[in-house]
Write a protein that binds this ligand. Structure first.
Ligand SMILES: Cc1cc2nc3c(=O)[nH]c(=O)nc-3n(C[C@H](O)[C@H](O)[C@H](O)COP(=O)(O)OP(=O)(O)OC[C@H]3O[C@@H](n4cnc5c(N)ncnc54)[C@H](O)[C@@H]3O)c2cc1C
Length: 456
């Protein structure tokens, strides 16, 4: 180290070791930059590791293998229609760019050895575009770590990036991490979202409903670091509506159709909760209670749910063909049916009300009251679930090079953003873009940071 005021040096420093950060570190190292990734937690993976693994894309090799002819133009037309319905204006050039880059990324990941199930159908999309990582997102993280290590990127865990250091011209010079000053030509912020920082949410999104965060590490460090040096932000008021998710792997959100099909939602004391599931869930009586919830499905309700015998393929489409509900979007299969739940610890089957009550931890009397009568046949108990905030949606405003923009307009030289730390557009509609864009934006940010680092 020639300059003693620095403790360490790398051409590109990446903050955050979830999917976007690992993808950025890989791209930067492959582009020839000395690369150091800092992850504040003891292990890499972030929320990417716990994600369902849905990536939405068009014109991919996976679609072609399934005999589907799709195009980016049809995909864009579907998003435009969703935007019109939602009353939002679509940024056409940026949306086209995202569609193209997310699709390219699926094929790049296939090249890296990742496999997908599907494509599966999804809501307003005119074609099946849901690609699901096999067997789940932990494989994606493991592949990225392996590829980063092969490409020479250094990955350090248990080190939190604290502040950005600027030079006298106002361009990025390095990062403060604990008591270490790390010199960097370019920095990629990939530190995830801010749903666990309630004080920050109250400041940027005062109308957002709060709940327990699904993970405590999502404290918006990357957002705050960049905002402190004058970065522009986009959609910061957008925070996921609190909703129910299973507490243990896989962290599935139960499908809204289950209650209408006859499933009963109860608390851990067997108290019935009458509510809708899904994004609209408000649970007004439970906002301040860190309560566990369970779904009870009796034999008659189970008959109303989609089954694998309803599927025609190529993906899981029985629920769409029959209009019957599925349990929730889930790793491996895309859309889980009751028969898939046997594989997971949050599912239990019993043939008595007493057995179900024991599983929940309540009395048989309270469960009978909640169910309205003593049910006949097998009972399925799904839970515990918690009411959580899974993500926040706002990010640092970037251009298509993932260069973070300043409040005044021009890009901040040397500063890049990726994943949910950054935001190129406001609306895509549907599932599966957060992960696809985490990968694609990570690749672009890493490549661009490496190119910039060689120029200065
Ligand atoms: C249960 C669940 C299921 C989901 N399923 C899907 C899905 O199927 N499809 C989809 O598109 N999206 C899904 N999402 C959303 C998607 O997973 C995330 O948006 C995406 O993975 C974010 O990737 P990221 O790299 O930006 O953030 P993360 O993966 O969260 O990584 C951020 C990392 O930065 C680290 N960090 C934070 N601060 C610092 C700091 N100061 N210094 C160093 N490191 C720091 C964190 O510890 C973390 O490891 C899901 C989310 C959840 C919670």
């Amino acid at each position: 180290m020639s300059d003693p005021s620095w403790d360490e040096e790398a051409e590109v420093v990446v903050l955050g070791g979830g999917g976007a950060g690992l993808r950025a570190a890989l791209a930067a190292a492959e582009a020839g930059a000395s690369t150091l990734l800092l992850e504040k937690m003891p292990a890499l993976g972030g929320k990417t590791q716990m994600s369902i693994g849905i990536m939405t894309a068009s014109g991919t090799s996976v679609q072609k293998c399934a005999g589907l002819k799709d195009s980016h133009a049809r995909h864009l037309a579907d998003i435009m229609a969703m935007g019109e319905k939602a009353g939002v204006t679509i940024d056409v050039p940026a949306t086209k760019f995202m569609i193209q880059e997310c699709s390219k990324e699926i094929d790049t990941l296939v090249g890296l050895g990742l496999e997908f199930s599907g494509p599966h159908p999804e809501g307003p999309h005119g074609m099946p575009r849901v690609h699901v990582i096999q067997p789940d997102c932990r494989r994606l993280v493991a592949l990225l770590i392996e590829a980063c290590e092969k490409s020479g990127a250094r990955l350090e865990t248990g080190v939190a990036g604290g502040d950005l250091i600027l030079d006298h011209k106002g361009q990025i010079a390095g990062v403060q991490a604990g008591d270490k000053r790390i010199r960097a030509h370019a920095v990629v912020l990939a530190a995830g979202d801010y749903s666990a920082n309630h004080a920050f949410v109250a400041q940027v999104a005062p109308k957002a409903g709060l709940a327990e965060p699904i993970r405590d590490f999502a404290t918006g460090d990357g957002h705050r670091m960049a905002m402190r040096i004058g970065a522009r932000t986009r959609n910061m008021q957008q925070v996921n509506t609190p909703h129910l998710r299973f507490k243990e792997w896989p962290f599935v959100e139960p499908s809204p159709g289950l209650i209408n099909a006859g499933a009963v939602l109860v608390t851990g004391t067997g108290e019935r909760v009458k509510t809708e599931l899904g994004q609209s869930i408000e649970l007004p009586d439970f906002e301040d209670r860190a309560a566990d919830f369970y779904i009870v499905i009796d034999q008659a309700t189970a008959e109303n749910l989609a089954k694998s015998s309803d599927d025609h393929g190529p993906g899981r489409d029985g629920w769409a063909l029959t209009g019957k509900p599925f349990i929730g979007t889930a790793p491996r299969v895309g859309y889980a049916y009751l028969e898939d739940c046997n594989a997971w610890d949050w599912h239990a089957e019993t043939d008595s009300l007493e057995g179900a009550a024991k599983q929940i931890g309540c009395t048989a009397t309270s469960l009978r009251t909640a169910m309205g009568s003593t049910p006949n046949g097998a009972l399925h108990i799904l839970g515990p679930m918690r009411r959580v905030l899974a993500n926040s949606g706002g990010g640092l405003s970037t251009n298509q090079r993932m260069n973070v923009l300043s409040e005044d307009g021009p890009p901040i030289r040397g500063l890049y953003g990726a994943g949910v730390n950054a935001r190129l557009i406001s609306f895509m509609g549907g599932h599966g873009y957060a992960l696809a864009w985490a990968m694609a934006s990570g690749r672009i940010a890493g490549q661009q940071a490496a190119t910039y680092s060689k120029k200065i």
